[in-house]
Write a protein that binds this ligand. Structure first.
Ligand SMILES: NC(=O)c1ccc[n+]([C@@H]2O[C@H](COP(=O)([O-])OP(=O)(O)OC[C@H]3O[C@@H](n4cnc5c(N)ncnc54)[C@H](O)[C@@H]3O)[C@@H](O)[C@H]2O)c1
Length: 396
């Protein structure tokens, strides 16, 4: 399967992700076809890419000429896409970025197959659905692959490439190489809930919410502890308010359900109530914090002992999740650390962090939590136990 630079790339869905992906593909030199089922969506996409180009030119990162040429490589479909998808006929690869709904994606892939060549690669940008469930709508299903970009796609380097059970191994390998040529940082993830990032990051939110629910500390103090002691760029509550509690809660619920209700991923009632109250975060003016004009920012309790209790507990759960992902072969240790640093800007890879702290020490934190609470949520990964017992470290 050759995915070369002369191939036309189709992008279906001109929302936040499709627009960014079209820009990335055009920047890599491809001709791009961008369409959407909603009239006016591609006009919005064109305006957004034009604005991004203006910024590049202003900052001296691109010449006006190169920016104009990039724009000219994108063939915006001004008419809303209907059942006829003939515009995508010439594509060597199509990346789907429509709404996160299984039936919509399955129907789209089925319809695309009737217009494209038999060797056209069909990629999905789904965040939470199984690639297998989408691929099985296709006749030639081996050509389907997950290619998961992060928002905003032109800026975030990470792309999770997700082969599925019936996928053609060559397709995933070609996509991986293509993402490298697009100046992205690809990682290989198994077709499991949340792939790497949306799974391994869950305790950053979940354990922080648990600490809040137990009254160990308030949001400002937990955010302070994770930034001050952990070096995270944003605290978990600031980040949830930024992402949107509706979006963050939906991802947590989807991973919890898809993992057959494993208590490690249990959603928080506090977050649910926030969503029910329309306290979505920054975009609605209220979340864990109050963003309305004149609202006073809560002050953290900068008690170092308390800060360490918070930081070590959240970090122990994050490291445990990363180790478990290696154990369950979601991805390699290298790719898991790369994913968390390039996809969500963690200050360090979690497995490198475990090495630095010492695996027996992290195991000790988890064992104390498990003994204290008697909950399966805190069970240490068997791999962490084995490696600590055998004196092994990651990447050796
Ligand atoms: N937003 C993120 O942070 C993010 C990150 C990674 C992946 N994703 C995934 O990318 C996909 C798109 O997300 P988004 O945030 O860009 O959503 P969005 O709502 O901004 O855009 C989705 C677009 O798809 C269009 N659409 C719906 N049905 C269609 C159809 N049948 N044919 C053509 N167009 C159709 C809609 O009109 C809309 O413009 C989802 O699968 C999402 O899970 C989102």
């Amino acid at each position: 399967m050759a995915l070369d630079n002369t191939m036309v790339v189709g992008v279906v869905g001109a929302g936040a992700m499709g627009t960014g992906i079209a820009q990335v593909a055009a920047a890599a030199g491809h001709r791009v076809i961008l369409g959407d089922a909603r009239q006016g969506a591609t006009a919005g996409a064109q305006a957004a890419i034009a604005k991004a180009m203006d910024r590049e030119v202003e900052k001296g990162r691109m010449s006006r000429n190169a920016a104009d040429e990039l724009m000219a490589r994108i063939d915006f479909q001004w008419d809303a896409l209907g059942d006829d998808l003939a515009a995508y006929k010439r594509c060597g690869m199509i990346i789907e970025a429509v709404i996160e709904d299984l039936e919509t994606k399955r129907a789209l892939f089925h319809r695309l197959e009737s217009v494209v060549a038999t060797d056209c690669v069909l990629a999905t940008n789904t965040s939470s659905l199984s690639v297998a469930a989408i691929a099985s709508a296709c006749e030639i299903s081996g050509r389907v692959v997950g290619v998961h970009f992060f928002n905003p796609a032109p800026i975030m380097p990470l792309v999770e490439v997700v082969p599925w059970l019936g996928g053609d191994g060559g397709v995933a390998a070609s996509c991986y190489a293509l993402m490298q040529r697009w100046n992205k940082t690809p990682v290989l993830a198994s077709d499991t809930p949340g792939f790497i990032v949306n799974r391994v990051a869950r305790p950053f939110y979940g354990e922080s919410l648990r600490l809040l629910d137990e009254g160990v500390a308030d949001v400002a103090t937990i955010d302070w502890a994770m930034k001050e002691m952990g070096g995270f760029r944003m605290g978990p509550f600031e980040l949830m308010d930024f992402i949107g509690n509706d979006v963050n809660y939906a991802v947590t619920r989807s991973v919890f359900e898809a993992m057959f209700y494993d208590p490690r991923y249990k959603p928080s009632l506090t977050q649910r109530r926030l969503v029910e109250s329309s306290f979505f975060g920054k975009k609605s003016g209220r979340g864990y914090y109050d963003y309305r004009a004149g609202a006073a920012a809560p002050q953290p309790n900068k008690d170092v002992t308390l800060g360490l209790v918070i930081f070590e507990r959240v970090l122990a759960m994050l490291i445990n999740e990363a180790v478990e992902a290696v154990f369950m072969r979601v991805a390699s240790a290298e790719d898991i650390d790369l994913a968390m640093t390039k996809g969500v800007n963690y200050p360090k890879g979690l497995l490198a962090w475990a090495n630095e702290l010492g695996l027996p020490r992290v195991l000790g934190w988890l064992e104390r939590l498990q003994t204290d609470y008697g909950e399966d949520r805190y069970r240490p990964s068997p791999l962490l136990r084995r490696m600590a017992r055998d004196g092994r470290r990651f990447f050796e």
